[in-house]
Ligand binder design. Structure first.
Ligand code: F6P
Length: 325
């Protein structure tokens, strides 16, 4: 058992629904184990600027259901420099912080990995990003809420596509991951899904439009923003050029995918890994991301968690091809 007295808690990178549930879980479980919690505002920016405050049980009342993050988040160039990280470390010492919990994505854990090796301070991370692009966890906090937001939005787009006999190209987030597009494409009954992990997506779409069923009066195509077809507007331009008889429109869903009330799944995932983070620090874990794999708590070194070599299930792509006939 390691004697941790005061955990510094922060959120970093793109916000994700469920981050507040994770914050609540870390604070409540730390207090349960007689450990203080210091909130650090705006991630590494707050660490460098010494923008910190003591948290208590009431600090996290009535937030489990709220999207966003009460600790706010920001990008921080200063933390990329040794001088900035030294300033951050000195500020942590000033606040008697002797361990950190970082909630975020690959950028967050890249910073935590460097910091955790430069300075003798235990850090554990929670996977908070809608992209679901971290190794070492089946799902990241925010992914389930984001894909439900997308499916609800695409269902609405389908109504107007049906009414006007239109083909819609819908662009979703994910940075360089296609995992949001993949599941939402199946759930929303997409004609095709274009994702960075599948280089034949555009060719497959054009073939489907050329040789597929002619009696379909409307179609939905889901394109991940990182797809190498050039983005939804470029895809729309190519489709319109090749198939002028299709009345094609483009819809970029954008940042609505980052907001909203977290789903039950995201709240439970956030709560589980939040409690596990405090217990992991007490057990001496450091420089690891806490996740859930096959319903069991998992511990993955930061350098492995941030690798982007996740395999895309070709079975999912096959399902889309079969079900969109
Ligand atoms: O990483 C989460 C994410 O929403 C990505 O899917 C997206 O590409 C990016 O953040 C957008 O970043 P920003 O909010 O800084 O525009």
């Amino acid at each position: 058992m390691t004697q941790i007295k005061n955990i510094g808690l922060y959120t970093s990178g793109g916000d994700a629904p469920g981050m507040n549930a994770a914050i609540r879980a870390v604070v409540r479980s730390a207090l349960y184990y007689d450990i203080e919690v210091t909130g650090i505002l705006r991630g590494y920016e707050g660490m460098v600027r010494n923008d910190m405050f003591k948290m208590n049980r009431k600090s996290v009342s009535n937030i489990v259901q709220r999207g966003g993050t009460i600790l706010k988040t920001a990008r921080c160039d200063a933390f990329r420099t040794p001088e900035g990280r030294k300033l951050a470390y000195d500020n942590l010492k000033k606040n008697n912080i002797d361990a950190l919990v970082a909630i975020g994505g690959d950028g967050t854990f890249t910073g935590a990995k460097i910091f955790g090796h430069e300075y003798d301070i235990p850090i554990v991370g929670l996977p908070g990003t809608i992209d679901n692009d971290l190794m070492g966890t089946d799902f990241t906090i925010g992914y389930d809420t984001a894909i439900n937001t997308v499916v609800n939005a695409v269902d609405k787009i389908r109504d107007t596509a049906e009414s006007h006999d239109r083909l819609f190209i819908v662009e979703v987030m994910g940075r360089d991951s296609g995992l949001i597009a993949l599941r939402t494409g199946i759930a929303a009954g997409a004609e095709a899904i274009l994702i960075p992990e599948n280089k034949n997506g555009m060719a497959g779409l054009l073939d489907r439009l050329e040789n597929g069923r002619k009696d379909k009066t409307s179609r939905i195509v889901i394109a991940a923003e990182g797809d190498d077809a050039g983005g939804a507007f470029e895809i729309g331009r190519i489709v319109t050029e090749r198939f002028p008889h299709y009345d094609t429109r483009v819809s970029i869903l954008g940042h609505i995918q980052r907001g909203g009330k977290p789903t039950c799944m995201d709240r439970v995932l956030a709560s589980r890994v939040g409690v596990a983070a405090v217990e992991a620090l007490r057990d001496g874990h450091r420089n690891e991301m806490i996740g859930v794999i096959h319903n069991e708590i998992s511990y993955t070194p930061f350098e492995h968690a941030i690798k982007h070599d996740h395999e895309i299930s070709n079975n999912f792509l096959k399902i889309v091809e079969i079900l969109s006939l």
